[in-house]
Design a protein around this ligand. Structure first.
Ligand code: NCD
Length: 338
């Protein structure tokens, strides 16, 4: 694909080479994200960071990624304080904000909204999550993390076994990650969820048609056994008609040290897009795993900055220019990256 000026709306836009391209540029971003070097590649550029749904990681890491490339960030974080609450259409908002920005990241509760917004935008738009539908940058950072974690264990994405656990019906991260994995070969998916919260049938169908193996179960301990990676997700309570309905499923699938040791192969990588629900009645990924070497959740969040820098650099066509204006950082930096 031609990244220059492209909207990033769905993982279905990518070929395998495109994913590899993003990963290669992400690798080059490491010295900048690690605060060893600074660059002015995007000096003067403006990111419109528009989040009409709660977000911490995605919003802040997109903002940091843009800042680390030398650009400025303008943020809108609330439907109530934006003109959308006065009845403005996505079309009008897109026409306006794209006049103020060089690229836009948008998160919105409705499936398809970011695509509609992008059609009206005069600048490239990246989907930061459109309701339960997709979250393509998360899938890229998840896959980037999987690749790195498996490489350290001398394994590859092709042929891997992955378990996805939790609310697979509403979870846009698992919708995007599983469809991105369509580009790879011979993967075994174990989809662990309550029956009512299964992965949508059309996605399961696509995985099977592409020659992958799909096992579906509501028995977590039985499903954990034979995997390279276990990817846990939160019950997406904001997608249910009431919190009471979501409460039925809360806490059904938990991973802790004892369950991991009892069921998982010793090298199984533990992932979660975060936020993990750490309330006592949920506790879906227990703190007793925090020091576990295979817990990759904070490597995922660190990798998110690299992958998002890569997307900006490719879309705004500065991937080859980042070095030109680079220098070493002038302030005290503590080494904090693994
Ligand atoms: C996810 C999201 O918003 O879809 N979070 C994220 O972006 N890292 C997952 C979630 O909210 O459960």
């Amino acid at each position: 694909m031609d990244f220059r000026g492209a909207h990033i709306i769905s993982v279905n836009q990518f070929e395998r080479d495109d994913v590899e391209k993003v990963f290669a540029v992400a690798n080059d971003m490491e010295p900048y994200a690690r605060r060893e070097r600074i660059t002015k590649a995007l000096e003067g550029a403006i990111l419109g960071n528009m989040f009409f749904e709660p977000s911490t990681r995605t919003r802040v890491s997109f903002g940091c990624a843009f800042n680390l490339l030398g650009g400025h960030v303008r943020e809108t974080t609330d439907v109530e304080t934006s003109s959308i609450s006065k009845g403005e259409s996505l079309y009008d908002t897109a026409r306006v904000i794209s006049g103020y920005s060089d690229v836009i990241v948008m998160r919105h509760p409705q499936a398809g909204s970011v695509s509609e917004f992008a059609k009206a935008s005069r600048v490239p738009v990246i989907n930061g999550g459109d309701g339960p539908n997709e979250h393509p940058s998360q899938a890229l950072l998840d896959l980037y993390t999987i690749k790195k974690e498996l490489k350290s264990k001398k394994r590859e994405i092709d042929g891997m076994h992955i378990a996805m656990v939790g609310d697979l019906k509403h979870g846009r991260t698992v919708h995007s990650l599983s469809q991105l994995l369509l580009l790879y070969k011979n993967i075994q998916f174990t989809l662990i969820s309550p029956t009512e919260l299964k992965m949508p049938a059309d996605i399961v169908g696509k995985l099977q048609e592409s020659g992958h193996t799909v096992l579906e179960t509501d028995d977590m301990e039985a499903g954990l056994g034979d995997n390279d990676t276990v990817y846990l997700t939160r019950i997406q309570e904001e997608r249910f008609t009431s919190k009471l309905e979501a409460d039925i499923y809360r806490g059904q699938f938990r991973l802790n040290q004892a369950i991991y040791t009892r069921n998982c192969q010793p090298n199984t990588v533990i992932m979660h897009p975060l936020p993990r629900d750490s309330r006592e009645d949920a506790n879906e990924l227990d703190n007793d795993l925090n020091q576990h070497p295979n817990l990759a959740i904070f490597r995922q969040t660190d990798n998110g900055v690299l992958v998002r820098m890569a997307l900006f650099a490719l879309i705004l066509d500065v991937a080859d220019k980042v070095e030109d204006s680079a220098s070493t950082v002038g302030w005290y930096t503590e080494s904090r990256f693994e």
